[in-house]
Design a protein around this ligand. Sequence first.
Ligand code: GDP
Ligand code: IMO
Ligand code: MG
Length: 443
Amino acid sequence: MANIVILGTQWGDEGKGKIVDLLTPAFGAVARYQGGHNAGHTVYLNGRKVVLHVIPSGILHPGTLCLIGNGVVIDPRAFLDELEALKSVVPVGEDSIAVSRTAHLILPYHGLLERAAEAALGEKKIGTTCRGIGPAYEDKIGRRGIRAGDLCDPALLREKIFRNTAAKNEIAALWGLEPLDPEKLFAQYADYGARMAPYIKDVSRLLHETLRAGTPVLFEGAQGVLLDIDHGTYPYVTSSNPTAGGVCTGLGVGPTVIDAVLGVIKAYTTRVGSGPFPTELFDETGKLLARRGDEFGATTGRPRRCGWFDAVAAAYACRINGISRVIMTKPDVLDEFPEIKICTAYRYKGSSLRDYPVETEVLEKVVPVYETVPGWKTPVRGVREFRDLPAGFKDFLKLVEDRIGAEAAMISTGVERRETLFRDDLLAGWIDLAAVRKGIAGA
Ligand code: GDP
Ligand code: IMO
Ligand code: MG
């Protein structure tokens, strides 16, 4: 079977976690390639809610190898806390998870400086998760980062922590912040190192061995295309590449191992944090989307901004990633709406744009042009067969597929694994659906 990428096509929170968890039985390994614990991936296990942050969403299936690549930034404390919490849900052995030796670490000064920088931006703030993600990537690119492998060499770790803390304390002083004590930081990180050591491995090599054995791998994206540092709504983005290219740099594999890219699309749009959002709704309809979709951040608890589905942006996401098929989530949230809109073009300075403009300043000024379909007013919630979907929903789906130029191979109709329908013919050769169905039945 194939190696596939599952990634978010909007501004994150499309429901990637549910999809990755559900598909895991068809794969031997699940690998995260970017981001950090800014992500919040929600999975329901027979009514029990589990939120994954930096650990791949395949972890709820014992026997699956969960890899955290070099492209991910790791806060050791967040990793260890997440691991401990998971142990009360599923057995997690030392062989279940591997963290790349060359993944960069998040240290307390990253979050501290980020909070100060965000506060200084005032109304122009990015609205980050303040988990230290951006500053950790800054250190990586600035060639002064500390990596997971360094945790296993106390003398080297000490040297690096002292050097970096001295430099950060100088910046902290400019912001009027208290200096950090490098000795304390070293003691803390040496302890984390001792606890994390069994998990720190050469992930690229492990991945190659897995692939060479013919075991299919699922590459799990965090965030979404429009939050990509290169292709998103810069500067209102995260500091990594959630797009498909990030798989290769973030895990140490060549592009030829990727057989298909599946993009997750929510049936409407949400965004957390600042930045342009052409289809955002400020009226009762927006509030209804937030209420019915339970749109609160899985990491920070912040309310998510809500609006109609944006086919211009989704078509762009398909192009940037070479998306093979899409997976639609949360159409059940629209079940009771009398009419449903899809943005199929933007108006800008009197002309019509069908292509997504990459300049954030343009995107801030565009006005969405909508096509409207009548609501289906019959629940799609829990539907598991394509033939059982209401005709009105099928019309909506067809319009979305036409406008984004990609077909939907799966539709999620609720939070549980079993609340999902597959169009087998559109996934044939890529995913062992018999294994997936067996996983659902056994849950
Ligand atoms: P992720 O970051 O992409 O993994 O998405 P989040 O977990 O942050 O947010 C998606 C939310 O939608 C979670 O609370 C999921 O449980 C929920 N969800 C996923 N699929 C569906 C669906 O088809 N219908 C409904 N109503 N909720 C869903
Ligand atoms: P998942 O994987 C939604 C957003 C933040 C902010 C911007 C930058 O659950 O889809 P950062 O802390 O990354 O520097 O913040 O990115 N953001 C997300 N929004 N889902 C996420 O992850 C996000 N991770 C970061 O809200 O706007
Ligand atoms: Mg999320």
